[in-house]
Design a protein. Structure first.
Length: 165
């Protein structure tokens, strides 16, 4: 029988999962991303320094941001980082759902929680960038009200999106 417990989104580190669980989610995110970019690495040691630093010390890496974690019972199954506001804007980073928990509303729940937190914090706009081959993620963001905007990124193949809060 499949575990059908409700997914709950919590603000971390105030409650919920350990840094180890968050690090595991971040590692999976970065390893998959590097593979999709055509630069597969075997393990975390092969990742660029800036990504490895997030995995080794998520509390330090996201000290100024808000980390949201989706829980299924006591198990961390998804994460999202929302940067601290700059000029009324925050940015969504590191949205990831454990593949075993996809199609259960985890990602949309995380984005919804990020938008709610942004509204409570006086943020006027939330933005994000997503690789153009992640068409499912782009479709999700569009369903949640994000629109494509001119790129603020210099990296090729990134789609930049934003929405008012």
């Amino acid at each position: 029988m499949t575990d059908q417990r409700e997914i709950v989104v919590v603000r971390w580190p105030g409650q919920g999962p350990s840094a180890i669980e968050l690090a595991e989610l971040l590692a999976a995110y970065h390893l998959r991303t590097e593979a999709e970019k055509g630069r597969p690495v075997v393990d975390v040691d092969g990742l660029p320094d800036r990504y490895r630093a997030e995995i080794l010390d998520p509390r330090g890496a996201f000290l100024d941001g808000v980390v949201l974690v989706a829980l299924n019972g006591d198990t961390a199954v998804g994460c999202l980082v929302l940067t601290a506001p700059v000029d009324g804007r925050s940015e969504v980073k590191r949205l990831w759902t454990d593949p075993a928990f996809r199609s259960r509303g985890v990602a949309s729940g995380l984005v919804g929680a990020a938008l709610a937190h942004s509204a409570e914090s006086g943020v006027s706009t939330v933005r994000l960038s997503v690789w153009k081959w992640r068409t499912g993620a782009i479709a999700l963001y569009e369903r949640l009200g994000f629109t494509v905007v001119a790129s603020w990124e210099e990296r090729d193949q990134l789609v930049c999106m934003e929405r008012a809060v």
